[in-house]
Ligand binder design. Sequence first.
Ligand code: SF4
Length: 373
Amino acid sequence: MDPHHARYPFFDGARAAVGEADISPPALIAEDAPAVERGLERVERALMEGTVAPEEPRRWSDREELLSYPIARILVSLVDTPAAVDKYAAAEAATAHERFSADFQTDDDGLQSTSSPTVSLDRVLREFDLSGAVRPERTDPTDRRRGGRDPTHYWVGVGAYLTLASADWGERWRLVNRELATGAVRVTNDELHRLLEEAVRRRVADGLPFEVRGNSAGDEIAEALDDEVESLRNLLNDHDVAGRTDVDAVVPGLFPPCMKALLQRAQSGESLPAHSEFSLVSFLVAFGMDATEVATLLGADGDDADRIETRVTYLADAEGSQFAPPSCASMQSYGDCVNRDERCETISHPLSYYTSAVRDAGEVRDWREAVGE
Ligand code: SF4
């Protein structure tokens, strides 16, 4: 098996490798094979955290990684909501972006990793039929530092650029704001990677959701994945429907006990598990805190602040609406529902707790005012 396919399971060759595997996705599901658990993790992390990377990479073989991809696609199709497809495809693309950016760097440095095979930029361009549309800007041959390698800019054919770039990404992506020459648009290295991420997102989203049910084999698959699909739907409901709030003041003293506890742990320098950090950050974002405010409140700096900024960006989707944090039921299942008090008996969502506490308190002082003084 080509180990690249485990890291890039949406490559055409990976699809063929799944077809040639000695066991089909339906058979894996029937057997409840490890790839099914990894497929579920893939979708859960996509919905919760915007990544499909495994929490414990060493736990899964290349084969399980590869086979988890078609299983994740079946799960997303069974969940069957536009939000699930959008978030899943975006997360596969964001993970691929992280991986190929690291790979290209390794490739440019001339380093070969024996444990984790890398792909070259040429291979990714070929994969998406972009070889003819992208050319590196010629580097100065006298620049010994780069030695003709690792150009800082590329020229992308206008047609490919317009197909992949979106005006939603900001003003700088609009063609009128770009440098153009002989039918090509000048982009930085990072911008080229962003365009490739979009090519991945489109490939992953293509064909999703598909009809799983409709024949006896499909019905059996759907039935076998009933529990997984229900848990994914609950995750989406937690994040997209429940617990909206019209409170926009930040009053940590009125946070529900669960969030006070997570906040204290973060402020004392503890590295929270990913799901707990997601719960806390999504709670803070729900009443309008931005990335800097969240990082300041948590006392995060350096890499921690960068990670939190990425999480906040992910939590505010393109339309500016936000994911709500998990419900009390989900917090309980994570083990993060602690120190329950009387108000907890009257609500089912941490945001409802906070809304009710702020309303009962009447006049409140926003933490941001105190910090700004
Ligand atoms: S009941 Fe809800 S609001 Fe109260 S501590 Fe538990 S999760 Fe938080």
